[in-house]
Design a protein around this ligand. Structure first.
Ligand code: 0X9
Ligand code: ZN
Length: 445
C-alpha cells in the first residue's frame, strides 16, 4: 500500500508540473474528461481518496464522500485517466467511470430571445437577467406581498436584490432567510429559490399557511458573476467561485462558502488564489457578494430565526459546526431533529431522504455562511441544504418539476417550526414538535 502511494504521489507530481506548465483550455474541455465515482470501503481507501483532492493534480473533486456507502466523485482529465484507473484497480476500489463527461452537458444557448414571448417557467434554468426580470415583475404584480431590497452590486456590477415576502411587512414577524447559488455551478439551488418565491406568492394554500406570521427573505443568486460564467460555455460550466481578480496572482475567484468571518480559514480551505475550488480569499468577507449576505443577516439579526443556504448536490441537510468535526453546538439535537422532520416531509412527497448531520461530520470546512449565521449572528436554526442526488451538477431541467415541489414540502416544515416557536400568530399546519431551548455552548461530537 505504502509503495503504491509513494509511486502514485511521484507520478502525480511529475504530471502536475507538466499540466500546469503547458496546457491552455480548449472550448470542449470537459468533453474528454471522465467522471469517476469511487466508493471507499475502509479507512485506507478514504485516505487514498484524499490524494485526488490535491489541486496540483488537475483533478476536480465534485463531491466528497461521507465515510462509507457514499461516493467521492471526481472529474479526471484524459492525461490522468490511465493513472487514476490503475490506482483505483490496485487499491481494489469499487468505482464507476463515465467517459466523455462534458458531452452530457445540456445546451444553455436558448435564452434570452425565445423567452420574451412567454411566461417565466420556474422549471427551467435561466440567465441572471431573466431571473432579475422575473423577480421585478413578480414584485410589481404583487406589491402587497413582495418588497425588493437592493443590496448592491456584484464584483462585475450585477444588481443584487433581496426578495422579501410577507403578508405584513410591519408586523415584526420572525424571518426565514434563504440564499442560493453562492457556488456558481449548482444551478438547481437558484432554481429552488425561484420556485419558493413563485409558490409562496401564487399558491393560495401557501399564502394562507406558509406566509402566516412568518416573513420569507430570499436571495436567489448570491454569486451572479460566477453563475453567468458557468452559462457562458461548456468550458466554464464547472466553475464554483466568484469572479473577482486576485491582487496576488493572475487568477480569479474566491469560494464564497469559505469567505465568511467565523473561524475563518481554520479548516478545509485553500490559501492559493489559483485553487479553483476552496480558496478562502485573502481576508474574511473579501467578496462584495458575501458582504451583502452578511449585512442582510446582521440588519435582521433580532428577527432572523432560520437560515438555509441552498447548494447542490448529494441530498445532505447539514447544520453547524462546519469548521470542525470535534464538537457540536449544544443545541445540535434541535437542529438535527428539525432537519429530520424536513427530510421525512420530502420523502413523503416522493423525494429522497436527506443525509442529516453536522457539516463538520461530513467534512470540516471553515468560513461557511451556515456557521456565520449560527455562531456570529446567533440565528437559532441554520442549515446548508445540498439538493438532489444523481446527475452531479448537471441536474436536468426536465426533472425540476418533479423535485422542486418535493423539496417545497420540506420548506413547509421549516415554516411551521419557525411559526410555532417564534411567531405571535401560531397556527399549526404540520405536526411539528418544538424542542428545548438550550443555552449556547459546545458539546463533544
Ligand atoms: O463545501 C461546501 O461549501 C458545501 N458543499 S458543496 O458541495 N455545495 O460545496 C458544504 C458546506 C457545509 N457547511 C460548512 N462546511 N460550513
Ligand atoms: Zn455548494
Amino acid at each position: 500500500m505504502r509503495n503504491t502511494m509513494a509511486r502514485f504521489l511521484f507520478v502525480f507530481g511529475i504530471l502536475g508540473l507538466w499540466t500546469q506548465a503547458g496546457c491552455g483550455e480548449s472550448n470542449d474541455k470537459y468533453d474528454s474528461y471522465t467522471l469517476f465515482r469511487l466508493y471507499p470501503k475502509d479507512e485506507l481507501q478514504l485516505d487514498a481518496i484524499k490524494l485526488f483532492e490535491d489541486p496540483s493534480n488537475s483533478i476536480e473533486v465534485l463531491k466528497k464522500s461521507r465515510g462509507f456507502n457514499d461516493s467521492t466523485d471526481i472529474l479526471v482529465p484524459p492525461e490522468r485517466l490511465t493513472l487514476v484507473e490503475k490506482i483505483a484497480k490496485e487499491n481494489h476500489f469499487n468505482y464507476q467511470a463515465k467517459n466523455n463527461y462534458g458531452k452530457s452537458f445540456e445546451s444553455i444557448e436558448r435564452e434570452p430571445r425565445r423567452r420574451v414571448l412567454r411566461a417565466f417557467n420556474v422549471f427551467e434554468y435561466h440567465s441572471y437577467a431573466s431571473i432579475q426580470e422575473f423577480i421585478e415583475s413578480m414584485a410589481s404584480k404583487h406589491p402587497e406581498l413582495i418588497k425588493l431590497q437592493p443590496l448592491g452590486l456584484s464584483y462585475q456590477g450585477r444588481k443584487m436584490k433581496l426578495v422579501k415576502i410577507s403578508q405584513n411587512h410591519n408586523a415584526g414577524n420572525p424571518i426565514i432567510f434563504i440564499d442560493a447559488g453562492i457556488h456558481a455551478r449548482e444551478w438547481v439551488a437558484p432554481a429552488m429559490a425561484l420556485y419558493l418565491i413563485q409558490r409562496l406568492v401564487m399558491d393560495p394554500e401557501a399564502r394562507k399557511y406558509d406566509l402566516r406570521g412568518v416573513d420569507w427573505y430570499i436571495l436567489p443568486v448570491v454569486n451572479p458573476d460566477g453563475y453567468e460564467y458557468t452559462r457562458s460555455g461548456k468550458t466554464h460550466r464547472m466553475w464554483r467561485k466568484t469572479r473577482s481578480k486576485s491582487a496576488f496572482a493572475d487568477c480569479y475567484g474566491v469560494d464564497g462558502n469559505r469567505n465568511y468571518g467565523f473561524y475563518w480559514a481554520v479548516s478545509g480551505v485553500s490559501k492559493n488564489p489559483c485553487d479553483t475550488e476552496t480558496y478562502a480569499g485573502h481576508k474574511p468577507f473579501s467578496e462584495p457578494e458575501t458582504q451583502m449576505v452578511r449585512d442582510v443577516m446582521l440588519a435582521n439579526a433580532d428577527r432572523l430565526k432560520l437560515y438555509v443556504s441552498l447548494h447542490a448536490y448529494g441530498q445532505y441537510l447539514v447544520y453547524p459546526w462546519g469548521y470542525t468535526a470535534d464538537y457540536l453546538p449544544q443545541q445540535w439535537k434541535k437542529l438535527d431533529e428539525l432537519a429530520r422532520n424536513v427530510s421525512v416531509a420530502v420523502q413523503r412527497a416522493g423525494g429522497r431522504p436527506f443525509r442529516v448531520m453536522s457539516a463538520g461530520q461530513w467534512y470540516p470546512a471553515a468560513g461557511g455562511s451556515d456557521d456565520f449565521a449560527f455562531g456570529a449572528v446567533h440565528v437559532p436554526y441554520s442549515y446548508t441544504m445540498e439538493l438532489t442526488d444523481g446527475f452531479e451538477f448537471l441536474f436536468p431541467e426536465s426533472h425540476l418539476s418533479t423535485v422542486l415541489p418535493q423539496f417545497y414540502e420540506g420548506f413547509k416544515v421549516f415554516g411551521s417550526r419557525i411559526r410555532n416557536e417564534f411567531s405571535k400568530r401560531r397556527c399549526a399546519r404540520h405536526d411539528d414538535v418544538v424542542g428545548n431551548d438550550d443555552d449556547v455552548g459546545d458539546v463533544e461530537g
